[in-house]
Write a protein that binds this ligand. Structure first.
Ligand code: MUC
Ligand code: MG
Length: 381
């Protein structure tokens, strides 16, 4: 039996290409937790667990992800069967409640290791890829309408993106609608626009906001209200002409089932990390499909490691009604993969090769390792 010999973690702080202005934080860097697994036959696996804006997005921080893995996940997994991910999921479920991003990070490393040992891509372990690429959105979040328009024009020109997600909810509704309206007026029908409010609105503001967004011609609004208000999300979904998507409200299959059962949203942002791993995310996808809820491949603005892992799963699914937003690596000033992922013709492409299909550029990882030579100040406002 091949066993897990060692699990190590490190935090990598990557500067962003510009301030990324969200309703709850402005990111100038992203902190990625990398997981490396060493197996008893000498093989290795790579994983990643990443959140957004420190603790302002969710209840896990880069430091807590690292700590949960080092102190609680690694001790129960080391010495166990490296090829039995079902058994590992049971061990993990018993040892650690919550902490989906930490659980996801170690599970990704196990899938990567298994795929590499078997010589097959992780997509094959999930039944096989039925597509090689997925339409990929870009988030316009410079905080300035003119800069956002210029950025969108460049993306259209270079055929990198034609779906744009606008981060709103930080400013007064009237200002946000004016901002979205300016961008729509500039881009017209050349692009699809969606918004992400990251829970910033109350129900009344959301009702008014969705009406205003509909008038402008926005296609979809993501998590307009607090993640705990499923009944309110449902009332918005029922009353809105534009699609309403659940994001932060979905932490795995149980939340997905509840939201699907109530038809509380038109679309699900499927996030591997937020779901608690690839297998859980596959269950979220199955629930959405069974309920006729539109799929969107979500991101936690991860590096190429978790982005590739998500792609491995997402490419086993034929229909993504809203495409995906797996653009994380493009938001950083530097690339930590030896071979960057391919973004071309408005799609992100499944990398070739066994496991998750990517390897690290170790020199760059060293450079951005927390406490290393290029230490980046972490700012979350
Ligand atoms: C979120 O809330 O969806 C995904 C893209 C982006 O710009 O922010 C994230 C998080
Ligand atoms: Mg979101």
């Amino acid at each position: 039996m091949i066993t897990i010999d060692r699990i190590t973690t490190e935090i990598i702080d990557l500067p962003t290409i510009r301030g990324h202005v969200l309703s709850m934080a402005t990111m100038t860097a992203q902190s990625v937790v990398l997981v490396r697994m060493d197996f008893s036959d000498g093989s290795t696996g790579l994983g990643e667990g990443t959140s957004i804006g420190g603790l302002s997005y969710g209840s896990e921080s880069p430091e807590s992800i690292k700590s949960a893995i080092d102190n609680y996940l690694a001790p129960v997994l080391v010495g166990t069967d490296a090829g039995n991910i079902s058994a590992a999921r049971n061990l993990i479920a018993r040892a650690v409640r919550g902490n989906p991003i930490a659980r996801s990070a170690v599970e990704i490393a196990m899938w990567d290791g298994l795929g590499k040992r078997l010589g097959v891509p992780v997509a094959q372990l999930f039944g096989g890829a039925v597509r090689q690429g997925i339409e990929v959105a870009w988030t316009l979040a410079s905080g300035n309408s003119e800069k956002d328009i210029a950025e969108a024009e460049e993306m259209l020109e270079t055929r990198r993106h034609r779906q744009f997600k606008l981060k709103i909810g930080k400013r007064a509704l009237r200002d946000d609608l004016a901002h979205v309206g300016r961008i729509k007026a500039a881009l017209g029908d050349r692009a699809t626009l969606t918004v992400d409010v990251n829970q910033a609105w109350d129900l009344h503001t959301a009702r008014e906001g969705l009406r205003g967004l509909e008038e402008i011609g926005v296609a979809m609004a993501e998590q307009p209200i607090d993640l705990r208000q499923r009944d309110q999300l449902k009332s918005l979904t029922d009353g809105s002409a534009i699609a309403v998507m659940a994001d932060e409200a979905l932490n795995g299959p149980v939340d997905a089932l509840r939201h699907a059962g109530d038809r509380a949203a038109d679309a699900f942002a499927v996030k591997v990390a937020q779901s608690g791993g690839l297998a859980n995310a596959a269950e979220v996808i199955a629930i959405a499909q069974a309920a006729g809820i539109g799929l969107y491949g979500g991101t936690m603005l991860e590096s190429g490691v978790a982005t590739a892992a998500s792609l491995q799963l997402f490419c086993t699914v034929e229909h993504w009604a809203w495409g995906c937003e797996l653009f994380g690596p493009l938001l950083f000033t530097d690339e930590i993969l030896a071979e960057p992922l391919t973004y071309r013709d408005f799609q992100v492409w499944l990398p070739e090769g066994p496991g998750i299909g990517v390897a690290l550029d170790e020199e760059r990882v060293r450079r951005y390792r927390r406490g290393g030579s290029a230490a980046v100040p972490i700012v979350a406002e």
